[in-house]
Write a protein that binds this ligand. Sequence first.
Ligand code: TTP
Ligand code: MG
Ligand code: MG
Length: 356
Amino acid sequence: MRLIALIDMDYFFVACEELRHREIRGKPAVVGSDPKREGGRGVVMTASYAARKFGIRSGMPISMAYRIKKDLAYVPQDFEYYEEMSAKVMALVKTYADKFEQVSIDEAFIDISKMASGYDEALELMKGLKKEIREKIGLPCSIGISVNKLMAKMASEGAKPDGIKVVKEEDAAVFLAKKPVGELYGVGRKTSRMLEEFGYRTIGDLAKANPVVLVERFKSYGAELHNSANGIDDSDVQENWEVKSISRERTFGRDTSDRHEIVKAIGDMSKEVGEDLKKQGFAYKVVTIKLRYSDFEENLRSRSLTHRSVDTDEIAQVATQLFDKYMEKGEELRKIGVRISNLAKYKGQKRMTEYA
Ligand code: TTP
Ligand code: MG
Ligand code: MG
């Protein structure tokens, strides 16, 4: 029996902000682009559940959110911080997974078929994960558990906020039947409108529809829609936790144009990156540096080697050459980063460590 779980963080960006802004905890709050800087054209990226009570939603113009709720707390977005929190969450989630597939900044599917032998064990396991995310990171999440990705996702929606829901295979049809078609995973606004025009109002309507008619109306997508509406989904959890790149970044205490200081930072980071590379048994092909200037402008500059390499000294050499070539004269750096990418497992890994 397959057991799949979907972990999705609750009101993710605002929840992250609540961690470092105590004053907005539990209050109606949004994260979004600055309404003043963009002439009020920014949109709400995330709304806390307290804000959702007033009808404030992701994608809504910030100006409208303010009209609805005058004393709404507003926090400007800080993607780097959310990505950092996301990485912490995902690192924990992976430890609970046979297979792990991150599908967005706040969401991942895991296959727990080997870790748990039935619904009860799966539930216990996921309770542990949820508790660990709460205790170690401080963030709330919701978890759906079922026999495939589609149903796990649908179950997680039913668990929100801050809950866990198991939908057994035999209960899938009833669980889905009364929901509006627009809530079916994978159905966007356009498809949803078309489905309604054809008279399929609920997922149950779609499940009972003649698949031949659906294929006539929606081509091959019709068959998929019919399967989804019946809770059927054979797709596997696609592992993506192979490291695709290894990187380090350093923010200087004070903005600097001092070559000596910067090259030393490049050297230190390259060494760390090289150590990770060896540990993980990869060879790399591309070296990239990131230059963040004092005005927050950011440039990435890369060089691709002719062959995949395991030579870790070369990382600092190439990164330094890139720096000398591309650093803008007269500018100061706030931050510098080194990254290696286009990685592949190094077959001679064992031998390399034997001789090292
Ligand atoms: P979601 O998981 O869709 O939403 P959420 O975490 O804010 O709320 P929920 O409790 O319902 O899961 O999206 C995750 C993050 O992605 C969200 O916090 C902000 C970002 N996002 C956008 O930037 N734009 C959008 O339109 C949506 C939907 C999300
Ligand atoms: Mg979420
Ligand atoms: Mg999400």
